[in-house]
Ligand binder design. Structure first.
Ligand SMILES: NC(=O)c1ccc[n+]([C@@H]2O[C@H](COP(=O)([O-])OP(=O)(O)OC[C@H]3O[C@@H](n4cnc5c(N)ncnc54)[C@H](O)[C@@H]3O)[C@@H](O)[C@H]2O)c1
Length: 373
């Protein structure tokens, strides 16, 4: 068994999650190579030093280029704000490294395409952080749809709603930087768009209404100076899928009281599925036939029957957690680097998702149905 060196850029919410996941994956999954936390980079020196010590990295730097070019780093994990993903990914690809990048992959589809083409030309493996679709019960849901258990699909109703931008006194941050692309349509919308595609395949056309709810925000926490918000706070989309069904998506970061309402309802002629990340160890299933007196949604509880839940816990109903989804994402990426199946979402799939995000922005501005080109 060899070692595979991991270099993580950024030590915030996702930097920590990636570090926990790479540490865990080697112990949980039957991999040939053991991931080691070789180096962490953060331009905030104190944050980098803290992560180095607490998360167990071998080395730390304030210079992400030093990490990318270090011979002991084989995978570069990018967990920085969206505007930085492209430059960092292209440098990592040029250095021959496999790249694990957070979502949304880039500020726009054109940048995403540059990244995808560079990776495919260099022959390196890529993975993008759409961790929620790594849920074992969502793999089951996808299989049930593919096998026809739900019959013909009638419609998709998806939502990703949280409330972290509801307070108008919440300060301006990189998530509102228009150079980073869309607002909530990119930040949360990319997750539910990716989930819709994972379940039902390509989206061909959409109508969208994007709204800015909070027009100005303090430029920094506690500041009286305010800056205009140029991106969307709520995005409402109507969709047409290539398979023929239609659907809707709401992405909303001003949804008072909601902390993690990422989910969907998929209706079919023979049944329906309901999922919410708020109770993500459960999948609710309605079957059309049978005794009408017994009809109603039943709850499928995650357990060892749903791979790879059993690698985390032998007992059903005991539940896995948010960082476990990241560990599954990491393990599947590591397995693909070892020659196994590429389950993605890779840069190509992230580009497809970004095209839907870009089209929603365009459709909202133009106020008409728009094809995803
Ligand atoms: N997959 C998910 O569920 C999920 C959840 C949250 C965020 N994200 C994505 O992860 C990315 C980061 O989000 P976050 O919430 O972790 O942000 P964050 O603000 O918590 O962390 C960003 C980190 O990047 C560092 N950084 C900034 N500029 C840098 C530079 N030039 N060199 C090195 N380090 C630099 C910051 O110091 C910080 O440590 C975004 O793309 C975001 O959309 C994904």
């Amino acid at each position: 068994m060899g070692e595979i060196g991991i270099g993580i850029i950024g030590t915030g919410f996702m930097g920590k999650s990636h570090a926990i996941a790479y540490r865990a994956a080697g112990g949980i999954f039957p991999l040939n190579n053991s991931p080691v936390l070789e180096m962490v980079a953060d331009n905030n020196e104190a944050a980098g030093l803290a992560a180095h010590k607490q998360l167990g990295f071998r080395r730390v730097t304030t210079d992400w280029r030093a990490l990318v070019n270090d011979p002991a780093v084989h995978i570069v994990s990018i967990t920085t704000p969206n505007t930085l993903h492209k430059e960092m990914a292209l440098a990592a690809i040029a250095a021959g490294k496999h790249v694990h990048c957070e979502k949304p992959i880039a500020p726009n589809a054109s940048d995403a395409k540059d990244m995808l083409e560079a990776a495919e030309k260099a022959g390196v493996k890529t993975q993008v952080g759409f961790n929620y679709i790594k849920n074992p019960v969502l793999k089951l849901a996808r299989e049930m749809i593919a096998s026809g258990e739900l019959g013909d699909i009638i419609g998709f109703r998806g939502i990703h709603a949280e409330d972290y931008m509801t307070d108008p006194e919440g300060a301006w941050s990189w998530r509102l930087d228009p150079k980073g692309g869309g607002g909530v349509i990119a930040d949360l919308g990319s997750h539910i768009i990716g989930m819709a595609r994972f379940m039902l395949g390509p989206i061909t056309e959409l109508f969208a209404d994007l709204e800015t709810v909070v027009p100005t925000r303090p430029i920094a926490p506690g500041s009286t100076e305010r800056r205009a918000v140029e991106v969307d706070d709520i995005a409402r989309l109507t969709l047409r899928f290539a398979r023929g069904c239609r659907g809707s998506i709401e992405a909303n970061w001003c949804a008072t009281g909601r902390k993690m309402q990422l989910g969907f309802e998929i209706s079919g002629t023979k049944g329906a599925l309901v999922f919410s990340q708020e109770r993500f160890n459960e999948l609710r299933y309605y079957k059309v036939d049978g005794d009408p007196r017994h009809q109603g949604f039943t709850t499928i509880e995650a357990g060892p029957a749903h791979w790879p839940y059993g690698l985390f816990c032998v007992a059903p109903g005991h539940q896995i957690g948010f960082n476990d989804l990241k560990a599954i994402e990491v393990a599947e990426f590591l397995a693909s680097i070892e020659g196994g199946e590429v389950s993605g979402p890779d840069f190509r799939e992230a580009w497809e998702i970004q095209k839907v995000v870009d089209t929603a922005i365009k459709a909202s501005l133009n106020r008409h149905w728009t094809s995803i080109s």
